[in-house]
Design a protein around this ligand. Sequence first.
Ligand code: GCU
Length: 369
Amino acid sequence: MGGLARAQNAWRCSLAEEFYGFLPKATPTCDVVRVGLGEGRAERLIITLSHEGGTLTIDAAVWWPYAAPREVPLVIGLSFLGPAGVLMGEEFPLDPTARVSSDLRLGLNDKRLQPHIRGAHAARWPLALFAERGVALLLSCYGSWVPDDPQRWQDAGLAPFLNLGEGPHQSGAISLWAYALSRLVDVAVTLPEIDAARIAVAGHSRLGKAALWAAAHDARISTAIIHNAGTLGPALASHSTGETLMDLATSFPHWVSPSCRARLNAGITPTVDQHQALASIAPRNVIVGSAALDAWADPVAEYLGLCAAAPAFAGATELPAAEEVFGDAIAPMQSVLVRRGPLAYHLRPGGHDLLPADWRVYLSLLDAF
Ligand code: GCU
């Protein structure tokens, strides 16, 4: 094992011990039933994982590009509302066990997926843009894998399936969502239409944190698209003026490990920071996306995380200084894109959201890497 690989193992280990908990080790087998959806460019994937006599069945959907899909690049996303949040019709089932964020301004009853969410996040996953650019998209609802609720996150999905026990370094929900992304990679590599060398994972906000942590572990992921992910995403905790680790662990205790909560309560200073999570992805590609008004995620801290990770990546050691990227104002009127080798940083005007404008940049970058 080379020096970088040894360092990456050590970083992953410390990040797991101090923040996220360790990813489960279980490697379930996975069966996929493909069912056509609507006009045939989309399919529902009924995924059944089996492990030690137990099974877990979860839905996903895949959309194919306009040109004949053969060896196409793929973006895998865990998303807040899953495929039902993108499709306008009623063909995709609403998972009754999923529990999702209550901060989506959709008035969800008990965090459940309800009929009025259909199509509500279509702009976050612009299918036509993916199809035009020749990129396939695979989406699944994060709340089906791990209910996003501090009291109920172990009641359904991965935790009971994997028989998750207790322990200081037990996976928190971010680790389990990262593990879910790797199970979706397992599914992707069975699809003959996919180019297995060009599989990206993408996530917005809490799911950007999961995309980062998944890519840090899974070398089959060629690109991590880490969008507005802030704390426990690319933002350096040591430089952030936005959300602190304590803020995060207080509002979302289930996202982190018991050891993380105990360390924070005891006032122990972390020995690792988020650039080491980003550097664990080297030599593969990383895209960090910020929104200028997203002070909670802290765009400058997100950029500094990428800069501090850069020495681990060949050809990416000279990212411009933060002052050059951000200028005097933290609310630029125009987008800024910095690209060095396998690393890219995109800052756009506006607030915390995933927009078609973000995807235009990310899909071009996927083509260029
Ligand atoms: C909260 C949380 C963030 C998270 C965000 C989201 O704001 O504090 O850490 O990224 O939710 O997932 O939308």
